[in-house]
Write a protein that binds this ligand. Structure first.
Ligand code: DC
Length: 225
């Protein structure tokens, strides 16, 4: 059997720093990058564009199969095209995250996205960022990390990010939203958010990105970190 390209899975709740850490680590290693959350968000956004009823599972499953998602490296960084339309900014909105989290428990939606995610595994390697990368999508990955941070810290980071962008939101609302999303993601029966048994846990509360990146790179023998 031919050897598959290596995968580093980085799972954890939203706001733990997965996205930032995964992007930096993939760049340092020269590996491909999979933002699996963007796939769920893309399907959610496509469903909203089509005015689908979010309780109509069959329609959402059809939408998952029909939605074309392309990741394109451009002058402004990585852009995500949904059915050919640049939806990068819309995908980052809280509303897109909430819709993604609402459709993510549907087993057929997850199944429909499985092979698409596995197709990202190409030489020289892949950094896969999500919730179930180490448990369901790449259970045989040689390197697995689970990033956590307290809900308060994650709400603070998100609050700052939004403030920097000129968006004013109430901190308590944000914290409540994050806690509700955590509970939904952890309690769903299909691929609930939990660390793989063989994942290395890193609590990012109070530590800077550089330190987290260094700890992750330490796990990869070829990284020269
Ligand atoms: O990582 P994110 O915030 O972009 O993800 C948005 C939602 O998508 C998240 O609330 C849960 C879902 N998701 C998932 O169920 N499995 C993944 N691998 C990635 C995201």
């Amino acid at each position: 059997m031919s050897q598959l390209p290596p995968v580093l899975t980085i799972d954890g709740p939203s706001g733990a720093g997965k996205g930032t850490v995964s992007r930096i680590v993939s760049r340092r290693l020269g590996w491909h990058y999979l933002d699996s959350g963007a796939l769920y968000r893309a399907v959610g956004v496509a469903a909203s564009w089509a005015n689908l009823d979010m309780s109509d599972a069959a329609a959402l499953v059809r939408c998952t199969f029909d939605t074309k998602v392309d990741f394109v490296e451009g002058e402004q960084g990585l852009r995500v095209l949904v059915n050919g339309v640049d939806a990068t900014d819309e995908l980052r909105l809280e509303t897109a995250g909430a819709v993604a989290s609402a459709i993510a428990p549907i087993p057929e939606v997850r199944a429909a996205l499985k092979e698409r995610q596995r197709a990202f595994r190409r030489e020289p390697g892949l950094v896969a960022d999500g919730r179930d990368m180490g448990t369901v999508i790449f259970p045989d990955a040689p390197y697995k990390v689970f990033l956590t941070a307290s809900a308060e810290e994650r709400a603070q980071r998100r609050h700052k990010q939004l403030k920097d962008k000129g968006v004013s939101v109430n901190f308590d609302d944000l914290l409540r939203e994050i806690m509700a999303r955590d509970a939904r993601d952890a309690q769903r029966t299909v691929a609930p958010l939990k660390p793989a048994d063989d994942a290395v846990l890193i609590d990012t509360s109070g530590i800077g990105i550089d330190e987290v990146v260094a700890r992750v790179l330490d796990l990869i023998p070829t990284s020269g970190a």
